[in-house]
Design a protein around this ligand. Sequence first.
Ligand SMILES: [Ca+2]
Ligand SMILES: [Ca+2]
Ligand SMILES: [Ca+2]
Ligand SMILES: [Zn+2]
Length: 345
Amino acid sequence: MTRRTSRGLVAAAAVTVATATAALLPSAGASAAAPAQARVFMVNPVQSSGDQSLADHKDAASDVPASAYATVALRNLDASGALSGRWVAVRSETGNPAKAADAASFDRHDDEFEQVMAYFWVNEAQEYLQGLGFGSELRGANDRVQPVRLNQWGADNSFFTDKKAEIRFGKGGVDDAEDAEVIVHEYGHAVHNAQVPGFGSSPEAGAIGEAFGDYLAVEVGANAVTKYGWPMKADLACVGDWDSTGYSAAPHCLRRIDGTKTYADREGEVHADGEIWSRALFDIRNRLGARTADRIIVNAQFGFAADTSFQDAALTTVATAQKMYGTQAATAVRDAFRARAIPGV
Ligand SMILES: [Ca+2]
Ligand SMILES: [Ca+2]
Ligand SMILES: [Ca+2]
Ligand SMILES: [Zn+2]
């Protein structure tokens, strides 16, 4: 209760400052609603602090310092007052549905915190794609309201369900939606499924889906770090630095996108085999820069069969690079897939 009181006082002080500032602006009408503010992790607290000893300790607020949180604006909200808007609608089966107006008042112990994280990061991911031109110059990639559900399931089991096109976040170990990279990974599946309905119906297509989720998580996080000026004290290639504290050795990563696996290292498990593909995506990025690489990578995915092989998907990506940016870009893309020894490329 003390904690709640102190948060309430902080929020009240912030409102006073905001009101005072608004009063100085001649164009600010008294009735104009201020954009909702939210308290979120700067991708995740391990990545932003570099502290690999942070641990879940049953969702204890005290285990993550206040400096791991940032206050940001919640964009694209609708007028309902709930966490729903142009690109995402959050529903919760755990505790109270968060109100957008309260979004700056929660910490990781509150169920509402994960709801706020889910809204902010799904919106951020779609805004990133929009910024690449998807939805204007290029075809939209899941440019619609993404339903997200948070539930109480004990297992570490966030997933995207293509039947309902809904993302669900669970609460195993570190609550899954406390790590932006877990949120955006799942959103990557939603993007793929919107681009090619039913995508991932062969083992290699499934691996590409996992790889893209990991890669998109890194890209959206890296973009946010630059955009908001946040600290970044972990390897760029490490995915899920915080969610994985309970099940990996330090430095904690759920997976990495800079591994050395090649096509011969396939083991028939989509997450493991995804590390072959995600390394190729990471190499393309490092050769062409994030923006060019991501425009090619996402645009190519429209042309993947739902049950594609690595070979077909790689050739489609090379052809997309050729069409969009010419031979030099196509060569860089081809080199990245050849380095993974994908046959026929
Ligand atoms: Ca939590
Ligand atoms: Ca978890
Ligand atoms: Ca990371
Ligand atoms: Zn996945």
